[in-house]
Design a protein around this ligand. Structure first.
Ligand code: 1HN
Length: 294
């Protein structure tokens, strides 16, 4: 909120507090391959339209009623919604609501930097024209059906660019009631590109999981370091590697990372919902992803 007094979204282009990994100082990285930040947009502001090769995800943390526009369609934000900005797609954000809105930005910036494959350019206008009614993409691709003809509008990225929390949450709660929970993950689902069944973006996988009340998870480790955003509830994560061990208590709107090949376990006495993302699709494409459930 103090950044909101210091600079406008228009001046900043994107007003973001970078979540910097203290082991990777000055690199705008939260893991070796990923960037994370918290973006603020105040009522009446516009974050001007531009595009870049880096893929972005938005996970709405606080406030509601701001929008992001992609491909001429706006998606209005509610807490817990997962929204995609596909690679090289013009996007602008705006806030026509009465209050501030904050979301988690997840981008593949360090990965694209490593590959030396970055491009970016500004749009000629601050806001793109709205050419499609909100919800068109979800109607077309988000109901286990797909258009009979036509190409994927965003190439390798999902044609659904907003996955509303209401729907994902309902799925998790139904499964919590009616199906056995996994001993490591609780009830965990991955978001998909409905045209491929693969990850929503070629470089990042995203997940939503519910830990039932009283959950005491088994330990696991995986080579994709993962960034977590706590949506609802409280819990604890225990992270260990070699002789080092750290325990973090978390609650709503907290963020934490489980680094690559660190043993982690999750527990929650009250129950909670966690969003997470990682570079797993890249590692899987290269045939180097590794996971161990202990
Ligand atoms: C960017 O374009 C956004 O589009 C967010 O909202 C964070 C961090 C570095 C470079 C570009 C956005 C970014 C960014």
């Amino acid at each position: 909120m103090r950044a909101g007094e210091a600079i406008t979204a228009g001046e900043a282009v994107r007003r973001v507090l970078i979540l910097e990994n203290p082991a990777l100082r000055g690199q705008s990285s939260i893991t070796q391959s990923l960037y994370a930040g918290l973006q603020l947009i105040l009522p009446g502001e516009v974050a001007p339209s531009h595009r870049h090769v880096q893929s972005a995800l938005r996970f709405i943390v606080e406030g509601s009623g701001a929008y992001t526009a992609v491909g001429g369609e706006r998606a209005t934000m509610q807490p817990g919604d997962f929204i995609i900005t596909p690679s090289w797609t013009l996007h602008d954000h705006g806030n026509e609501s009465g209050g501030p809105v904050v979301w988690l930005d997840g981008l593949d910036i360090p990965l694209v930097r490593f590959l030396d494959a970055g491009f970016a350019e500004n749009d000629t206008r601050p806001s793109q024209a709205v050419t499609r009614t909100e919800g068109t993409s979800l109607a077309r691709y988000g109901h286990n059906m797909a258009p009979v003809r036509g190409d994927a509008p965003f190439g390798a990225t999902s044609p659904i660019f907003s996955y509303p929390y209401e729907r994902s949450r309902e799925a998790l709660h139904k499964l919590e009631r009616d199906a056995p929970a996994d001993a490591w993950d609780g009830v965990k689902l991955r978001y998909i590109n409905p045209l491929t069944g693969g990850s929503p973006m070629p470089t990042m996988a995203t997940f939503l999981q519910r830990l039932p009340a009283g959950f005491d998870g088994k330990p696991w480790r995986q080579t994709d370091g993962a960034v977590f955003s706590v949506v609802e509830g409280h819990g604890e994560v225990l992270i260990e590697r070699d002789a080092q061990s750290q325990r973090f208590e978390y609650g709503p709107r907290d963020h934490f990372v489980i680094p690559s090949w660190h043993t982690a376990r999750l527990n929650s006495s009250a129950g909670c919902v966690l969003f997470s993302f990682s570079d797993r699709p890249v590692q899987q494409a290269l045939g180097i992803h590794r996971e161990e459930r202990l």
